[in-house]
Design a protein around this ligand. Structure first.
Ligand code: HAM
Length: 428
């Protein structure tokens, strides 16, 4: 029997594990949508496959996604390489340019949600296919937008009822600042080159900053010993002033955060503002969500300069945090009426009746004829409010036997009585 690929999951209402329950997903996405639409963002769905270059150039050659070959790459019939999206930001910037959104009133605020693919080693909260809610504000290089994005992200978490949040805000500076910081780090780590993990040996050549984010214990020991100075100390005057403004605006809005001088993000496109949201239950090594500014990304994709800032929220990790905090999302209500044909002839009657009632109420049909006792059991399992029996005696009298499951009250109703019962908005 074939099974799902490890690291991918079926999302449905009865899923054993909380983060894969469909009502939980829906609750997260709907709450996020409400918050983001409330700030003028519109939904966009970009394709899940793009030309490989969009992501190779987008997330950058020194990101883990590229270095660790985490992208799922396919070839089309013409031999062009495509990839399943390992993140949505590059696609959204591509779409902004492709559809000439630059002439719209700026900033353009877009959001999306859906599956993301990264060939990472599977563990709790880390999957090969996971889901994100993603928000992007494009077209203005104003620190107000960074503060607004952080505030919106926090509001999404709070709307869902999550409490134990920690916003860690830093800055990865401008490209020239990062160049200086990388030179400093290269000098610091060079004598330890042989002791570093294989990945970090490569990082030492390409982007030493990424060593600081290494998951290897050996690397982390070396880092703890060397105590490198943080990125924030290497900011040039412009990036520093920008960072201070973001902090000031957040204070002014009353959004709690802490400055984390050593924040480094896993994607190459970030400039200046970078942040992560952490939660005790998810652990220090993984974030609930993250974001930042990416003013050079459009040019990396061959487009004009388009400043932008945004964030991604991992849906499964958020669901894990909600579960740990005891925020339980109620299961979906069952149907208002569960119609149980008691014999073959009643099946089409049940279907015709359902067709008449469905504009007003939700009706589920049992179809397989069964005893009233078994039908009642099924109706209870479905969480129905009423069960309606249709059998030979009902047919003879032209009625339906209706039972209210909570009170146990049962009566025979003619079609007209049935319709008027479900007419009012306050059906019990
Ligand atoms: P990211 O930090 O790579 O950023 O991912 C955002 C969030 O996705 C993470 O904080 C985490 O919750 C979730 N996530 C990442 N990898 C996995 C995984 N393997 N399994 C489960 N969840 C995962 C981005 O993707 C950027 N595009 C965010 C952004 C938008 N920056 C600017 N705009």
């Amino acid at each position: 029997m074939l099974k799902a690929v490890p690291g991918t999951n079926d999302v449905f209402a009865q899923a054993k594990e909380y983060p894969f329950r469909e009502p939980v997903f829906r609750y997260i996405v709907q709450s996020a949508e409400e918050v983001l639409r409330g700030a003028g963002a519109q939904m966009i769905h970009t394709p899940i496959i793009e030309y490989l270059e969009v992501f190779q150039k987008g997330v950058g050659p020194t990101s883990d996604i590229v270095v660790k070959k985490e992208m799922f790459v396919l070839e089309d019939r013409g031999g062009r390489l495509l990839a399943l999206r390992p993140e949505p930001t590059a696609s959204i910037v591509r779409a902004y340019n492709e559809h000439g959104m630059k002439v719209w009133p700026q900033p353009v605020r877009l959001f999306t949600w859906g599956p993301i693919f990264r060939g990472e080693r599977q563990q709790k909260g880390r999957y090969k296919q996971f889901h994100q809610v993603d928000y992007e504000a494009l077209g203005l290089a104003d620190p107000l937008l960074d503060a607004e994005a952080i505030a919106l992200m926090v509001r999404i978490y709070k709307t869902l009822g999550l409490r134990g949040l920690e916003v860690k805000l830093g800055s990865v500076g401008d490209p020239a600042d990062r160049l200086r910081y990388n030179q400093y780090l290269r000098g610091l780590f060079e004598p330890y080159a042989q002791t570093l993990s294989e990945d970090s040996k490569t990082r030492l050549e390409t982007n030493p900053m990424r060593i600081l984010d290494s998951k290897s214990e050996r690397d982390q020991q070396i880092i703890a010993e060397l105590q490198p100075r943080p990125m924030l100390e290497f900011l040039g005057p412009e990036a520093r002033a920008f960072h201070e403004k973001v902090c000031h605006y957040l204070d002014r809005m009353g959004v709690s955060f802490s400055v984390d001088p050593s924040i480094v993000r896993g994607l190459d496109y970030y400039v200046r503002t970078a942040w992560e949201v952490h939660h005790a239950q998810i652990g220090a090594k993984s974030a609930l969500g993250g974001g930042g500014r990416y003013d050079g990304l459009s040019e990396m994709l061959g487009g004009p300069p388009v400043p932008g800032v945004g964030f991604g929220i991992g849906i499964e990790r958020l669901a894990i945090a909600l579960e740990q905090e005891g925020v339980r999302i109620p299961a979906d209500p069952g149907p208002m009426l569960y119609l149980a044909p008691l014999d073959e002839a009643a099946k089409i009657e049940a279907l015709a009746l359902a067709e008449q009632l469905r504009p007003k109420i939700s009706v589920e049909i049992g179809y397989t004829p069964k005893s009233p006792r078994k039908a009642l059991e099924d109706a209870l399992k479905k969480g129905a409010r009423y069960v309606g029996f249709l059998g030979e005696s009902e047919r003879a009298k032209g009625v339906i036997t209706l039972k209210h499951l909570e009170s146990g009250e049962q009566k025979e109703l003619e079609p007209l009585q049935l319709h008027s019962l479900f007419e009012g908005p306050e059906v019990q």
